[in-house]
Structure formats: C-alpha cells, structure tokens
Design a protein around this ligand. Structure first.
Ligand code: PRP
Length: 212
C-alpha cells in the first residue's frame, strides 16, 4: 500500500455518472472538491488544504478499497453492497444516485418458467437476482452480462433482465418495460471499521457534514 500522511483521510469515489451529483453533495457539506473535479487523468487527487485524498475507482471496487483499509471512506451504490458482502460500516445515506433495481422485459412478459425450462435472466447482479427469484420460488437460469443488458431480451439471449433503472430511458428506447421492483438504490458512505475507531476525530466531522 502506498505510504500516506497519517493526517490525510482517503476517500474512494466512483468514476461515472454519480460523480457530478457527489461533488455537489460534498460541496453542500462544505467539503472541498477542487481536487476531485479538476480535469485530469490522475487517479489519486490530493487536496492538501483539506487533508483529503480522493481515489477514483470503478464503482464495484470502492468497497474493496475501504474493506482493506486502502481508503478510510468510500461512496458506493447500495446495489454494489447488495451484490456482495463486504465488511464495512455504512453510516450515511447520501440520497443521491437514486434508482431502482428492477426485473425488466418486453411488455407483459410473464415472469415464470417457460414450460420445461426455467426463466432465463440476464444480469450484472447474479446474487441479487438469485436471491430475489429464490424467495419467490421461481426457477431461473442466470446469464451473467457485463453491461448493455437490455440487449438480452431483444436478441433472445434471455427472457428478462435484472438491472438498474434510473430515468427509464434505456428501457423505453429499446422497447422494454419495468415488470417488478426488487429494491430502491441510492449512494451511501461506507467506512473502514478500524479507521472509524482509530481516526474518529478526523472522520466523524466528515460524516456529520454529510448527514446534514
Ligand atoms: C445503467 C443500467 C441501465 C441504465 C439505466 O447502465 O445498467 O442500462 O444505466 O439508466 P436509465 O434508466 O437512466 O436509462 P450504464 O449506463 O451504467 O451502462 P452499462 O449498460 O454498460 O452498465
């Protein structure tokens, strides 16, 4: 792990569509984001004045960095925490990055087995989908896709998908509809458990500002 100043608080943030909302939310909380919003390809953005250092990561990697202590805090969607267990503390819901985890498909697609075979479900979230359909007692065959999951029902790869829906525009433009809601999703702050104990004086004010 690279050395860092004992006084610097490291925050893992997700690159991508939530970053803009997140910068706004941090600014509102009085947390300096100059380093975070600067146009740059740097993956570590240090703001010496505020003593914060941001790591820009793929959303799925944020909890890993926080769990292992490479970052003290992180910002991540609940979908990522629902998909895999991480040993992190999630003290604050930021009320940004709001969307829904849904079962989607063609209009009126029955969410049930197709005669002899189980329902085919394409998704980036196999554990969430598996848990959901197991609880419903619906036999499924899960097909893992990395993205553009909406293509699966259009091409016959799957009957339905389990995916995030934010505006619903991707579904609409591809002739699909939401069929069942699995869960509400939003971005939360997560904290490394040891850091929360050992660096409480530096971390608590940040959490309090974000709660406000
Ligand atoms: C996400 C999600 C949907 C889309 C939903 O994909 O998987 O495809 O956004 O957003 P909407 O309801 O506002 O249209 P993302 O853009 O992250 O790309 P991906 O398909 O490569 O995962």
């Amino acid at each position: 792990m690279p050395k860092r100043s004992r006084d610097t608080i490291v925050i893992a943030v997700p690159k991508g569509r939530v970053l803009e909302q997140l910068s706004g939310r941090l600014e509102e909380a009085g947390i300096c984001t100059h380093a975070l919003t600067a146009r740059s390809r740097k993956l570590v953005r240090e703001d010496k004045e505020s003593g914060l250092s941001y790591l820009l990561l793929k959303p799925d990697d944020v909890p890993t960095y926080v769990e292992y202590g490479a970052a003290d805090l992180g910002i991540v969607g609940r979908d990522v925490l629902m998909e895999r267990d991480y040993d992190v503390f999630a003290p604050v819901d930021l009320d940004i990055g709001k969307c829904e985890m849904m079962v989607c498909g063609r209009p009126k697609e029955p969410i049930s087995g197709k005669g002899e075979r189980p329902l085919r479900v394409a998704t980036k979230f196999p554990h969430i989908a598996e848990r959901y359909f197991r609880a419903k007692g619906t036999p499924v065959e899960l097909i893992f896709c990395q993205g553009s999951v909406e293509l699966a029902p259009l091409t016959g790869l799957a009957d339905v998908i389990v995916d995030l829906v934010e505006t619903g525009e991707t579904l609409r433009q591809n002739g699909l509809v939401p069929l069942e809601k699995i869960a509400d999703v939003s971005s939360v702050v997560i904290a490394n458990r040891a850091a929360l104990k050992l660096r409480r004086e530096a971390i608590e004010p940040i959490l309090d500002a974000l709660r406000g």
